[in-house]
Design a protein around this ligand. Structure first.
Ligand code: ADP
Ligand code: MG
Length: 253
């Protein structure tokens, strides 16, 4: 008889945060944060304003340094110094609340700039890939326009395409729909949903509870620089264990 091999490989942890501590001067903003994320996992980060969510995801791609602990991304250690920062940056793509597109460049230029200059991709190839990415985020017809000619939702989809053009292993989203008019939120969340389905590892700070419930594999609740509670969407929303989680949910839902 042919032996049946187990289908699932042991799941690889692509991000490991161990006792991460960060201070801004005397302000202790990340307190012993321990968190591991598996390849392909979608993690939603919830928490009140000022709880350290942005600071946390910014540490993942080295936009913020840390004073204690370790962050290991795809086996590359990002410690207190900025050693390996370039290697880490190649692993991660980031999408911000404010889309941060270059206003004086066309959409196509915005997307191809880094692949051409950082990755040394031939221009033709970079442009072909950029057009495919614009197709993927649903706005192939906008390639030759400037950011100011696009709606907020379209600009945020360009920002996602631009991050994807660097072929990151991990995508970080910091409140990607918070600056959008309500009617544009769905088009951005739909692109993120598609990305999640495609197997991308994602860390998403958001207040969109529908997205969190539907798309997240796991949710963490930050409060005051600490992870208060971690769980599946069902566990966290329907059966929160901690008073601080209950309080947060009662304020937001
Ligand atoms: P969140 O994203 O959850 O709203 P942040 O990570 O932005 O929280 O901020 C956490 C804490 O760190 C807040 O008290 C904030 O005021 C402070 N903070 C954030 N960035 C800086 C900075 N560059 N310098 C000093 N304090 C900062
Ligand atoms: Mg924030």
């Amino acid at each position: 008889m042919e032996q049946v091999m187990p289908k699932e490989m042991p799941e690889k942890e692509i991000i490991r945060c161990h006792n991460v501590n960060k201070w801004f001067g005397k302000l202790h903003v990340l307190k012993d944060v321990n968190l591991s994320i598996k390849k392909g996992e979608v993690l939603v980060i919830l928490g009140p304003s000022g709880s350290g969510k942005s600071t946390f995801i910014r540490t993942i791609n080295g936009l913020e340094d840390i004073q204690q602990g370790d962050i290991v991304i795809d086996e590359i250690t990002l410690s207190h110094d900025i050693k390996h920062i370039e290697a880490i940056r190649k692993e991660t793509g980031m999408v911000f609340q404010q889309f941060n597109l270059f206003p004086h460049m066309t959409i196509l230029k915005n997307i191809t700039l880094a692949p051409i200059w950082v990755r040394k991709k031939p221009k033709k190839e970079a442009e072909k890939e950029a057009l495919e990415l614009l197709e993927r985020v649903g706005i192939p017809e906008q390639a030759n326009k400037y950011p100011g000619q696009l709606s907020g939702g379209q600009q945020q989809r360009v920002a996602i395409a631009r991050a994807l053009a660097m072929q990151p292993e991990i995508m970080l989203f910091d409140e990607p729909t918070s600056a959008l008019d309500p009617e544009m939120i769905k088009e951005v969340l739909d692109v993120m949903k598609e990305l999640a389905k495609s197997g991308m590892t994602m860390l998403v700070v958001t207040h969109e509870m529908g997205f969190a419930r539907e798309v997240a594999d796991r949710i963490v609740l930050f409060d005051n620089g600490e992870i208060v509670e971690t769980g599946t969407p069902e566990a966290l929303f329907d059966n929160p264990q901690h008073d601080r989680t209950k309080l947060f949910l009662s304020q937001i839902l």
